[in-house]
Write a protein that binds this ligand. Structure first.
Ligand code: ZN
Length: 243
């Protein structure tokens, strides 16, 4: 089965549409949360996501906050302003969808899905080998797919040498997964690795390969929608540069 793995769509509809088109021909979509937050089109993104084949999705911190299940004080100034806006515009059916999501899923005997980390599915960022090492103890499957950092990354554990290694994902190069690994596809709607293109990955459940991908989308149209909605200017600017 060819699985499209996406995360942190963040209400960026053109980015999500481009990813779906570029990934072309997948059997399932696994989404690692933060469907809403920051961007101008939360309802359209939820709707498009919910139409995808064999969809599995966990909620992110922004999704949980947008549902009102977390104090908005947990977010900084700009993120909070955007959050209150999301709460105002989210439709009843979007809220129903978000409410239906479980925080952590063991999707096959091989893969666990969470937003942040297996240790703290909502908030922890796995950014370095130290936090990856601690988290390898917290899930049972061979692989754990995470989002939240908005940075594509691959942490694998070399059990013999008892070492955790961070690999740089190479775009379009399927990586054979031989060891236990924590994998992050990067962010569809708000990349933070200085590459403004939307990020995603293709996971092949039989071949056990992970293929990191990037695709361009119409950033200016999203920036215009952010300004139209009077969302923070910072959230428009960062899309152009990928931070
Ligand atoms: Zn996010």
């Amino acid at each position: 089965m060819r699985v499209l793995v996406v995360s942190d769509i963040h209400a960026n509809y053109p980015a999500f549409e481009s990813v779906l088109k570029d990934a072309d021909g997948f059997d399932a979509v696994w989404c690692l949360g933060d469907v809403v937050g920051y961007g101008p089109d939360p309802n359209a993104c939820v709707e498009l996501l919910s139409e995808q084949p064999n969809l599995v999705c966990v909620p992110g911190n922004h999704d949980i906050a947008a549902m009102g299940d977390m104090p908005s004080e947990s977010f900084n100034g700009d993120a909070r302003r955007s959050l209150l806006w999301q709460q105002r515009v989210l439709s009843a059916s979007s809220l129903d969808f978000l409410h239906s999501l479980p925080h952590q899923i063991e999707i096959t005997e091989k893969v666990t899905l969470v937003h942040g980390s297996p240790r703290d599915p909502v908030w922890e960022y796995i950014l370095n080998t130290l936090s990856a090492r601690l988290n390898f103890l917290e899930f049972e499957t061979d692989y754990c797919f995470v989002g939240h950092t908005h940075v594509p990354s691959i942490f694998s554990i070399d059990a013999e040498q008892d070492r955790v290694v961070l690999d740089i994902p190479r775009i379009g190069m399927p990586l054979q997964l031989n060891q236990r690994a924590i994998l992050n596809p990067g962010s569809v709607g708000q990349p933070r690795d200085r590459d403004p293109r939307a990020a995603y990955a293709i996971f092949d459940t039989e071949a056990l390969t992970w293929e990191p991908q990037r695709v361009e989308y119409d950033i200016e149209s999203v920036q215009a929608r952010i300004r139209e909605a009077r969302l923070p200017e910072r959230h428009a600017l960062r899309l152009g540069e990928g931070w």
